[in-house]
Design a protein around this ligand. Sequence first.
Ligand code: NDP
Ligand code: OXD
Length: 296
Amino acid sequence: MWTGHLRRLLPDLDIRIGEEDAHPADIAYCVAWKPKPGSLNRYPNLKVVFSMGAGVDGIVADPTYPRHVPLSRVVDDTLSQGMTEYVVLHTLYWHRHVGDLASLQAQRKWKQFAIPRADAVRVGILGFGVLGQHAAAALKALNYQLSGWSASPKKIDGVTAFHGPDGLGPFLAQSDILVCLLPLTPETKGILNAKTFAQLPKGACIINCARGGHLIEEDLVAALDTGHLRGATLDVFQIEPLPATSPLWAHPKVVVTPHVASMTDPASFMRHVADTIRRMDQGLPPENLVDFTRGY
Ligand code: NDP
Ligand code: OXD
């Protein structure tokens, strides 16, 4: 399906799948998702690598990646839209106590309780880049109080912006619902841990739709079990697929989804690949490039 799109867009392109009968020196462009470490340094004439995901942690962490070859990641409206749907759904899930209401229904219990208005709920987005800002625009339309945390300072209408290590504590202290949309880098690995949970308001909820490596799963279970955190939605895990033995599957305060928050759309992605190849044929540079020193 993926290659079909590219064949239709660039019928004259010679496309090889996997490592099938191509001379490594003939390969100029490479489309990759979780390539095996070491597999991208065997093509001496590679002009660009297209990551099929927005997150490039797996590729950047490969010490054998040929750093002179630009790495282009997915920046695409369909991907942003899918992620925004996921973030809005799970923000509403925790804000509107959907799980608690479902459990009351299962017990045939009629128990009313007050649910705050959205404008009284503070949603903090860790990682305020392409996806974080897209989700924030939709949450803003629902009247949530919004804040974002990024590496560099930002000024965005209707959003309280925090940045850098010094901004993290104050940001966490005012996040009732914490959404993680950070790239996984050495700086952000394990950022969702006992220490950061302790800085969140009591009763806060977590939505991790970035990478499993951001979360110390044991710390999350402990913070849920003490009641400091009210709930968590997890789309990504330290080990994927999530092992059947993981306590997260059956934890009453956890919603598990199998890394489906948003998926790269094949047609849209291959349009980007084809456009980039055409651009590069005209001597123009590729777009959406990863900065290897930052790691994202
Ligand atoms: P971007 O690169 O556009 O945004 C990343 C944001 O994180 C930026 O705001 C950046 O700050 C901030 N950031 C990075 N490092 C730090 C740091 N050390 N401290 C503070 N802020 C930091 O990425 P996207 O929004 O496109 O994607 C985010 C992640 O979402 C991906 O890396 C991927 O892991 C995940 N993802 C998950 C999917 C799923 O289905 N679960 C689907 C798609 C993506 P600054 O703006 O200053 O650079
Ligand atoms: C991505 C993903 O990074 O699917 O795009 O996780």
